[in-house]
Design a protein around this ligand. Sequence first.
Ligand SMILES: [Fe+2]
Ligand SMILES: [Fe+2]
Length: 283
Amino acid sequence: MLVGRVAGETRFFDRTVAPCEAAAMAARLDPDLLATPLAEALLRVLDRKTHWAWHYLTEPGLSRGQLLAHFRHEYLVYVRDFPVLLGTSLGRTPPILEVRKSLAENLYEEQTGGLSGSGPHPELFLILMDALGFERSFFADDDGSLTTAARSYRDWIGATVREAPWQVGAALLTIFVEGSRNDRGELLGTFKRPKGETAVLAHPLVRHYGVAADRMALTKAHAAVEGSHRTDAWHMVLTHTPHSSEIAIILVNTMEEALTRWLAYRDSVADAMSLERPPIAPE
Ligand SMILES: [Fe+2]
Ligand SMILES: [Fe+2]
């Protein structure tokens, strides 16, 4: 539930298999690409994209103030401006058709919901927040609501997507920010992303915090399109980054830095939520 994946229109999801789902099922990453050292280096970063406070977010017991602190950070740090960041990344790319097509499709879905038949994902997020009783005005204040580490992470993402080489910004957004520790399993076919009503009913906000299933359009949209986006993202980056090059080194180093900054960001939000850290295990 790090990103409250959302609500609104549901009629497009009444079909048994949406077109984008069919595309996702058909798309598979080339096993030769997945077996490369570059893929392994990037997957090892995502394998560690997990945080000690995560379990609090999947269980009942959080106060309204804690929920608001978490979701306000997620919205202001990357949900609200994610389509714009994708646009910036797209604007840095050379004229490689499949790269531009992949980023443009992702941008189109994030800003309009056009592929999933839903709506703009930042808007779907706010609809979900409304279902929790959090007004839009709670998400209007920018810097004043964020921890220092959250602001730093957000500003660093914004600066990095503007820099060369283009592969770094594209990977930062589509592999690190959109990706998760499930990416390895999803690419190998051992992890099956929950779809449709199954994804909605399993969501902690529905199970523990009383959000009605018909307000979860963001969750349905992500379930419908993200599997395909994951494959597209990995294919784009691994196909168009010269392996064993300086660019590949910069790419892996930037992903490591993203993980470090993300962990600091998540630490800071957990502290703002007054969540108890687990004891440090003895050496
Ligand atoms: Fe996306
Ligand atoms: Fe999204």
